[in-house]
Design a protein around this ligand. Structure first.
Ligand code: ADP
Length: 328
């Protein structure tokens, strides 16, 4: 059976981008057709300036939202990365296989490091080595597939390279994983700046729809989305990023094809209205379930405890084998 692993960082409140780009497919596809593990990657939240209490709170909230969105602990494993030591154990071995040049070439590192410097902060070493820890997250579980949005494909490529290199040098140890991406909405853009992605770390801001936003807030954000100077509704990522983003969101929420949807709209206003309603409908059941789960915190605790145990059992043989293979 195919094994799938993916994760989400507790660096902010989960967004519509996280949902359409990743979470929805985990719920609708991955947990049904594969042995799936989903992880709140809290160690990755420490790579930039952070508040300890907030990381803990966001980890909990992310776990609750994953369950609220429909991940079923009977079908898949939901756990918190820092509860399973195998990730950091393996990460160090992979640091001995990766090169510093490889790390410095990572697009996300360059962008995030520049942002930290702009804010007058020093760049944590862990921001540079973060993709190695992510490779460890994947390789420890022998994952065949890693369902991610567009922004993460370079990191999955690195995990592949490290797996191949380790296997060649020290003998076959790791499954070589591959990234899988959604057909639609692989990159949901910020509603106010449709040339940058809707990222949860940017947190507040009218361009980001959060999964727990009230219907009225969702409507307001979408109705105020920046559109392009033309008037006709066309799908063109380069020339019409704002409208294309709305078409992608609407198509992802309704199961349509973004290009085919163009013909159905004579004005931007009508497209925005339908997009807002489609998003509100998608979020409604998730928000209701989230309220239920918040009323039963011991259930979430039990799921995470069982998840960590199962994850540990799955990862340990591979990580132990890697230690032996490398000479320890
Ligand atoms: P973020 O960038 O919001 O902090 P994470 O790094 O935690 O998100 O990513 C969690 C998952 O959500 C990844 O699979 C990532 O590719 C996906 N994802 C994040 N933002 C978007 C987006 N704007 N559009 C599509 N997918 C996204």
């Amino acid at each position: 059976m195919t094994r799938v692993l993916s994760g989400i960082k507790p660096t902010g409140h989960l967004t519509l981008g996280n949902y359409l780009g990743a979470l929805r497919r985990w719920v609708e596809v991955d947990q049904h057709r594969s042995e799936a593990l989903f992880c709140i990657v809290d160690l990755h939240a420490l790579t930039v300036d952070h508040d300890p209490a907030r990381v803990r709170r966001l980890t909990r909230r992310a776990a609750t939202l994953l369950l609220a969105a429909g991940l079923d602990p009977e079908r898949c494993t939901v756990f918190v990365q820092s509860h399973v030591d195998e990730h950091t154990r393996l990460s160090y071995l992979l640091e001995c296989v990766a090169t510093d040049g490889e790390m410095r070439r990572m697009i996300q590192y360059k962008e995030k490091a520049a942002r930290e410097r702009q804010r007058g902060r020093s760049v944590r070493l862990s921001l540079l080595t973060y993709p190695v820890l992510m490779a460890a997250d994947i390789l420890a579980y022998g994952a065949d597939e890693v369902p991610v949005g567009d922004d993460q494909t370079q990191h999955v490529e690195l995990a592949r390279d490290l797996a191949v290199r380790f296997n060649q040098r020290y003998g076959h140890t790791f499954v070589v994983p591959r990234a899988t991406r959604p057909k639609v909405a692989a990159r949901v853009m910020n509603l106010q700046e449709p040339t940058s992605k809707m990222g949860k770390s940017d947190d507040s801001g009218p361009g980001i729809v959060h999964l727990l936003d009230e219907p009225e807030t969702v409507r307001k954000k979408i109705m105020r989305a920046v559109t392009d100077s033309g008037r006709d509704v066309v799908h063109d990522r380069e020339k019409r990023p704002g409208i294309t983003n709305l078409l992608e969101i609407l198509a992802a929420c309704t199961g349509g094809d973004p290009k085919e949807l163009c013909g159905a709209y004579a004005s931007y206003g009508a497209l925005k209205k339908d997009t807002a309603e489609a998003v509100v409908e998608v979020l409604k059941p998730l928000q209701a379930r989230h309220r239920e789960l918040c009323a039963d915190p011991s259930y979430v605790d039990a799921v995470l405890r069982a998840g960590a145990e199962r994850a540990r059992r799955t990862a340990r043989p591979t990580v132990d084998a890697a230690y032996r293979a490398i000479g320890l």
